[in-house]
Design a protein. Sequence first.
Length: 283
Amino acid sequence: MSLKVAIVADRIAWEERQLLQAAPALGLTIHWVNDESLCLGADGEPSLRDYDVLLVRSRSYTRGGLIATLAEAAGVAAVNSARAINACENKAVLRTTLRAAGVPVPDYRLVLSRKDFEKAVEEIGTPVVLKPIYGGMGKRVTLIRHSDTANSVYDYVEDLGHAFEQACLVEPFLAGGSSVRCLVVGREIVGAAEFASAGTDWRNNAALGNQTSAIGHDPDIVKIVDAVVDELGAGIYGVDLFRTDDGFVVNEVNHAPGFRAVATAAGVDVPAAIGACLQEQFS
């Protein structure tokens, strides 16, 4: 009997389309469920119980964790788990969770006010990176090279951002020009690629059109990714790492990772890996 899967997302992008097209060959019945039209209640939305598992790929900074929480309370399995999504959606929670588990992460300061910001810049020292707690694809991540421009940059956070958007992290700028994304399915790294900044943009992110190249097996990377999965639980993640003089550190863990760049660079069949993982766990 075909495993029934709901892809919960606000739209069908390249990744969702690949999964939908591959579904019959993978022994899956996959439907798209718009995360903007669920209106879940205390017992879960009745139609969700028609599915064996929800594949939560909400791109919103808050919807995924909320939907997974209510779905699990109604007895519907979610991938990733509500706990994992709630951690990944909030950069401060994720950093704190991983650090407590012994996973290396960059130094950071939580910034909720201008006083916080000024103290963070003073303690860490420029250059620093200012990034929103909630966000992705490199958006609103700002490199501040000099202390005399720091307060002018923060004006935009303070004057234009709503309270939700004003929660930020300040962290050291880790120069080096590249980052590594590991795509995890279940507990295994199915592909890894290195992103190098392109043109004049210093940020390393596939969504920004950076240069991408596959990388081979690295025991240090595997050890860190295993520790991340041990803490968050098996699932589907994009684990982003920075190289430092002291080894790799985890920058972010994406709970609904885009995988086009890694799949193309590494030549891996990601939908097949996801299908096999879902069949093994839920059939």
